[in-house]
Every structure is written in structure tokens, then in C-alpha cells.
Design a protein around this ligand. Sequence first.
Ligand SMILES: [Zn+2]
Length: 239
Amino acid sequence: MRAFICPACQLPTLAIGVYERERSVCRICKSTARERAVAQAMRKAILLRPGAERIVGVSDGKWMAKFATKLFANRYVNYHYHREPHLDIVNPDPALFDSADIVSCCEVLEHIEPPTNRAFVGLFNILKPGGIAVLSVPHTRAGDAHVEHFPVMTRTKLEMEPTPTWSGYTPDGEFHSFGDLIFHGGLGSTLEFRMYSEDSFRGYLEEAGFKILEIIPNDRLHGVVWGPWSRVWLAQKPL
Ligand SMILES: [Zn+2]
């Protein structure tokens, strides 16, 4: 059955193709299964923060930015690393601390240079106490190993010629260069730095101080159907 009620456009609709996280798009609003889970999580976040005044996107993609703008109008601001309005989630401007009721950070935390925990602390810091984070990353199942592709390095550099390499200097001053890079969204687009497991993702959130509220489950009625990996998460900065 590919008919469902879309949590994004809120209309009865059909999925195009078989259910997959990044496919099975809604015929009407073109949301993927993951985006519908994000929409569900966002609607839950609104119920938890009914008077939300400030909603922050961390490099939200096109679909997400459009969805959030529709929901929140100018209460939503989508920040970027490479352009204005600028936000480096690893080292956010203290002016942004305790400022957001809701933060969405989807398919970003696998692209941050290590040490990995800094981005989780950054997200925590920009939320108001009681604020909600809507999160998604690619992750493997509980029990699987967390895999960091690169060590902590400084003076890092991505070079595409003659073959894609990621290089830098480890704290002992030694130069290292890595090939066999994995990019998301096309060659040279965004480099994958790690693969979380469900356990490691939970661990980074809890270590930063978050309380995990929910891992959005499959929900066929709403077109949220894929494997038990790479889920959408809802977490809260405690009051
Ligand atoms: Zn839809």
C-alpha cells in the first residue's frame, strides 16, 4: 500500500516508488520518507513549545527550509556555514546562546570535522532551556560500531586533484593524507566524516546534556517507512 496521509502537506496522497528513506516521494509536496518523519518531529516540537518564537535551521536543505518557512514564517531563520546568516555549529556566536525554541539539524552532523562532540554542544548551547532539537543523520543500528573516518587534525584541506584527498596535521605535528573519500550529494559536495551508530548518536546527545524524547518510528499511515537505521530524533535541552 503506497497511499498515506502526508504529515508534511497534510493531504491524502501516494508515494512514488517503493518505500526508501530518501525516495518514495509524496506526489503532492515531493517530501521523502525522511522528510515526512522530520515533519512529524517538527509538529511534535511545536506541541512541546506552543509559544515558539525562534526556530533555527542549521543548513537546512531546500525542502526543509520551505516547509519550516510555511510553518513559522519569519520566526524561522536558516543559518549556513558558508554564507549569511552565518552559523558555525561547532563554535556558535555566544550572541546566539539560549536563543532558539526549536533547532532543526538534518544530515549535517556527519559532515563536521572532529572532534565530533563539539557540534552537539553547539546545538545544546543555542537552544533555550526546554528547547527542542529535531535531528537526523545517517546511522547504523544499535550495537554497531561508530566509525570515524579521520583523526582530529588542524590545517585541514580538501583537494580534488589528481584524486580527492583530505589532509592535515595531527596534534603531534605529523602530516596525514586520506583518499577513498565518501561524498554526499555528489563528488566534492559534502564530505562524510563518520558513520554514527544508534548508540553513538545517543551517546553524543546525552553527553552534551540532551534528554532524548523520541526516535520517530515507522508509521505506514503517514508514509514514514524505512529500515531500523538513520532515524529522525527528537531531543530536549532540560529546563
Ligand atoms: Zn506531501
